[in-house]
Design a binder for this molecule. Structure first.
Ligand code: NAP
Length: 272
């Protein structure tokens, strides 16, 4: 890539940042839109977050993506939270509004946008997992007006706590396969490459061609869950869609521009 005289700087903080795709997406977007900007990866250990944020406020950095483990702790360093960041209770996007540093959350759009074309058929949704991604997923599902949202988690107390906070229903982990759902979302790491790759987080008996299965895991692109869902005739959605849509929403916040979704997806799939 040729970068001649960049005028704006963006980046991502997290730890570790190993193979983040965010620089690939945003630098491609800047080139597509002829924007003179650069996006960098800044691996930042938790104990260095305060130092990083002081530097961030001093340097001419226009925006920042925030990922694990900083999505909660970064909130101590910003001036204003958007409503959706408040609703999720976490931040993944920072931008400046005049001299105010704003914390936003585009993981909600990342979760809801891939479901929007199908949500008319969804009345009952089951969410597996009760961590940070689950919080964004719940807010995303609520934005789609999905009536009955259920949550199931290995550690029941965490699911119960989210169920109470968001007024949804907790299902025992052992009972997660007992009923039919129109939509099943996996927000656990089960199925991720490495020692969890062969693990399916769902009990598949009640899933059929009327079920949409959305795996937030995107490495590998086709997880065991998605493979088994397809074999039962379900509509399968990969976690790359969440990554893509949260990134497109960030790009829009920072530049006011829409990237071509189809071209962006093709570019990401080539890189994966
Ligand atoms: P997190 O806060 O650490 O939460 C992980 C959740 O998974 C917890 O509820 C945990 O249950 C559950 N879990 C972990 N190991 C398990 C196991 N062996 N069996 C059953 N449940 C298990 O993580 P997160 O930030 O929510 O992220 C979760 C996953 O979502 C990530 O692994 C990632 O693949 C995916 N994700 C994708 C995107 C995207 O852009 N596509 C974005 C964010 C996250 P306990 O409460 O019992 O520990």
């Amino acid at each position: 890539m040729t970068i001649s005289k960049p005028e704006k700087l963006f980046g991502i903080i997290g730890f570790p940042l190993g193979h983040t795709m965010s620089p690939v997406l945003h630098n491609w977007g800047f080139a597509e839109q002829d924007i003179k900007a650069v996006y960098m990866a800044w691996p930042t250990e938790p104990e260095k977050l305060g130092d990083f944020m002081s530097a961030f406020k001093t340097l001419p950095i226009s925006g920042l993506s925030v990922t694990i483990p900083h999505k909660l702790s970064v909130m101590n360093h910003i001036d204003v939270l958007t409503d959706r960041a408040k609703a999720v209770g976490a931040v993944n996007t920072l931008y400046w509004d005049n001299d105010q540093l704003v914390g936003d959350n585009t993981d909600t759009a990342g979760c809801s946008e891939p479901l929007r074309p199908h949500c008319g058929k969804v009345n009952r949704a089951l969410l597996l997992g009760a961590g940070g991604a689950a919080r964004a997923a719940i807010v995303g599902l609520k934005s789609l007006n999905i009536k009955d949202i259920f949550i199931s988690n290995r550690t029941k107390s965490k699911a119960e706590s989210l169920a109470e906070e968001f007024d949804i229903t907790c299902v025992d982990w052992d009972a997660r396969g007992d009923e039919h759902y129109d939509l099943v979302i996996n927000s656990t790491p089960l199925g991720m490459s490495g020692d969890k790759q062969s693990l399916n987080p769902m009990i598949m008996d009640k899933l059929d061609q009327n079920t949409i299965v959305y795996d937030l895991v995107y490495n590998p692109l086709e997880t065991v869950l998605l493979k088994e869902a397809k074999s039962k005739g379900c509509k399968a959605i990969s976690g790359i869609e969440m990554f893509l849509h949260q990134g497109l929403a960030q790009f829009k916040i920072w530049t006011g521009r829409d990237l071509d979704e189809t071209k962006a997806r093709e570019m990401l799939l080539k890189h994966l």
